[in-house]
Design a protein around this ligand. Sequence first.
Ligand code: FAD
Length: 415
Amino acid sequence: MSKQKTVIVGAGPVGALAALYAAGRGHEVEVYELRGDLRDPDTVPLNFTKSINLALSERGINGLRKANVSGLLESVLEETIPMHGRMIHGAKQGEFYEESQNYDIYGRAIRAVDRAGLNKRLLDELDKMPNVKLLFNHKLVGADFKKNKAWFERRDEGVRQDHAQNPTQGKEASHASSEIEVPFDFMIGADGAHSAVRYHLMKFTRMSYQQEYIDTLWCEFHMDPSATNDFQISPNHLHIWPGKEFMFIAIPSLDKSFTSTLFLPAKIFAELDKNPESLVDFFNKNFPGVAGKLIPEAELQKQYKENPHLPLISIKCSPYHFGSSAVILGDSAHAMVPFYGQGMNAGLEDVRVLFEYLDANTQDASGRAKALDEYSRNRAPDAAAINDLALRNYQEMRADVVSPVYRLRKWIEEK
Ligand code: FAD
């Protein structure tokens, strides 16, 4: 019997982990990624000026653990910084203050991880596996889930030579030299919030779909290490400057800098855009201790101007699959706002949960169809709940962390 051919679309953290799981089960795996190889210095990470650091929690850690790749989890965790709680920043009567709020009474922590570092680590593991082909600069442009064929547009100039030989078993499509046709037994779509796999899947299955842009944009900032090359603020906290209707946060990096993010309603961004000189005053009023102290004023202005102001989308859909042919995971199935720090974690968890269902069924098309049906039915409500919690946690982070009600509730919980 020939090996099952599993095509993964998207080599982000979720697609790369899914490829490891499939390869570990002996599938013949091909991973198609729109962009160049993240490990090439010239590849710019999607949406970010540089790589950002994210909060990695048990949900995601367990997904990595269950990949059963020797040394993988240990090496990922070595490159993380534990954050035991959040640090709330403010000012009272002209004095800056910090207040530490632990996440867990047992001292457990979430971990700051470099997204690109984690992604590269997974790609390095895939490189070692003889049954995996990584195909960069390949964009999914079409799919037929009844015939189990997909079409990819190939940008030839950037294809890595070591992965470019015999890239597919499919035939070159005759109508466009840059388009290839790829047959598959099973496709996993992990191509992010604007998923092409999801778009094509919708034509084959009665997928309910809901998307929402919240009225908040985000802009990334960078906080350098101190003059003595140390962290400027505590490395073991997720730092929050709550502003009721908006907030500024900072997450530590191994190089002792912080990746910071400004979250603001679109109309305030528009006001600041019209009057850029007011940015420092705005920071001084709302995020005390940042401008001129943690980030030099000129640098703050520059980063605000140069870094994009990006939207935040929340997506729910169901079902996630069609027959035995395809399933979507990660942001492509349930992109969420970042306030609960669970988008990537939930995506890594998707991979673990999906393969539990696949393992529990027969390894043929009918077993896979049953597994995908069970996966969709059970996973979609869980993912929708995390989406809702993520939306709700914005209120918590930007306002409730300082409200008297929050303090009272916390006090009652601790009694
Ligand atoms: P992506 O990372 O979007 O990867 C999808 C991949 O598919 C990309 O490489 C893309 O190039 C490729 N692709 C797209 N279209 C095609 C196509 N047509 N053909 C082939 N390839 C394609 N999550 C957390 O868990 N913790 C956090 O603290 C956290 N903080 C965040 C902060 C911010 C500001 C933002 C915006 C997000 C945050 N997230 C966080 C969410 C996290 O970044 C995402 O959930 C995660 O990156 C999703 O991974 P993914 O692999 O599903 O999709």
